[in-house]
Design a binder for this molecule. Structure first.
Ligand code: UD1
Ligand code: UDP
Length: 368
């Protein structure tokens, strides 16, 4: 079997967390030569995630600048990744998910007729404005892809409906479960900002979505304050995304409250510990919906629509949007009513996001 040269392109924290298990699995096998190309759409958040898996990028384009525009990221990734492909043409390219790195790298592969594998293919919210621009990024990436690694049967059915060739769709599970298993094995005692929780019950909040910037994010933050008013024994931990559009709002509204720990992004195992040990997760993140489901933790999804309906239908996630009253009411029903909480968790059956062997299935599919 000749050696296949695979370029894995990634740019942001979730791509690093969810593609690291794939890189490690491919590197395990003699018939793949893997090059990790970081676009540097994220800097420190990307490095933090890769470091946890003891990985470094082979090439880093380092494109990030403060408050970067979508045009800037798209064009820099397209040009930069294209040059890297031209210098040493791979046999195949792998991308993940729905970021601007994902789409622009896919386009660079398409322009060179290099076959493309899309990991986490087929997710759809069916609303191009939410999440923005991720829904469009994933639709366009799927249009370009040669192989689709769909995390669930539902994702596969979305792809089939759009005309993807069934024999090149592989239902693998989501690689986040692979990553989560690795992190759980290395579970550690709370340190740093987590240690200062001092054993109190706590809420965990993350928010960063572009469509929530401004008023929706303000209302999320005010809702957190209101929930803490109703539950004075609780504390909250808020690992802030590095985006200044997010930080400025969070710091303004939450910065003065002594019960809230506003901190830097947590290392992956620390964040997993926080998800596992908090009383309630509040998040607009994509990956956190899958992780909360996998850990059977109640989570309020701070969005109006989700491309991960499995998390809501079969998991512990409740779609609440960004309206303050709705967030407070949903939190209240779970924090004050243990029965409601138990009922929610009873619904969780087999993990809809897989068994932690997605990377193995992806490597098997690429072996041919
Ligand atoms: C990006 C993705 C989003 C993904 C998210 C994961 C796009 C359009 N958006 O959103 O889909 O959910 O990553 O976190 O692809 N910054 C830093 N250091 C970092 C990372 C970001 O300072 O390590 C700051 C910079 O000022 C940067 C800004 O955050 O300009 C925005 O980064 P960007 O990648 O454009 O958008 P995200 O909101 O992070
Ligand atoms: N995460 C982390 N540290 C943090 C916050 C999040 O390691 O302080 C992880 C989280 O477990 C998940 C991923 O980052 O795997 C989600 O990233 P993000 O919310 O930035 O992006 P999205 O999933 O919404 O695209």
């Amino acid at each position: 079997m000749p050696v296949k040269k695979i370029d894995v392109v990634l740019g942001t924290r979730p791509e690093a967390i969810k593609m690291s298990p794939v890189v490690l699995e491919l590197r395990h096998r003699e018939n793949f030569k893997v090059r990790v190309i970081a676009t540097g759409q994220h800097t420190d958040m990307l490095a933090q995630a890769l470091a946890y898996f003891s990985l470094e990028a082979d090439v880093n384009l380092g494109i990030m600048k403060s408050r970067q525009s979508l045009d800037y990221v798209t064009s820099s990734v397209l040009l930069g990744v294209g040059d890297v492909f031209d210098a040493d043409v791979p046999d195949a390219v792998l991308v993940h998910g729905d970021t601007t790195t994902t789409f622009a790298a896919s386009l660079a592969a398409f322009y060179r007729r290099i076959p493309l594998g899309h990991v986490e293919a087929g997710l759809r919210s069916f609303d191009m404005g939410r999440p923005f621009p991720e829904e469009m990024n994933r639709v366009m990436t799927d249009r370009i892809a040669t192989w689709w690694f769909a995390p669930t049967e539902l994702a596969k059915s979305n792809l089939l409906r759009e005309g993807a060739a069934g024999e090149r769709i592989y239902v693998t599970g989501n690689t986040v479960v692979d990553a989560l298993r690795a992190a759980a094995e290395r579970a550690r005692k709370p340190s740093g900002p987590l240690a200062s929780l001092g054993g109190a019950p706590f809420l965990l909040l993350t928010a960063h979505r572009r469509e929530s910037w401004g008023t929706p994010l303000e209302s999320i933050c005010k809702a957190l304050l209101a929930i803490l008013e109703l539950h004075p024994d609780f504390r909250a931990i808020v690992p802030m995304h590095r985006n200044p559009a997010v930080r400025d709002v969070m710091t303004d509204i939450l910065g003065e409250d002594g019960r809230i720990i506003l901190c830097e992004p947590l290392d992956y195992p620390d964040f997993v510990w926080a998800m596992d040990n908090c009383s309630l997760i509040l998040s607009d993140s994509g990956g956190v919906q899958e992780e909360a489901t996998s850990l059977r933790k109640p989570a309020l999804v701070l969005r109006d629509v989700t491309e991960r309906p499995e998390a809501v239908e079969n998991g512990s996630c409740i779609l609440v949007g960004t309206d303050g009253e709705r967030i407070i009411a949903a939190a209240e029903s779970l924090l004050s009513d243990p029965e409601a909480r138990e009922k929610l968790l009873e619904r969780c059956r087999e993990n809809p996001f897989g068994d932690g062997l997605a990377s193995v299935r992806i490597a098997d599919a690429l072996y041919v």
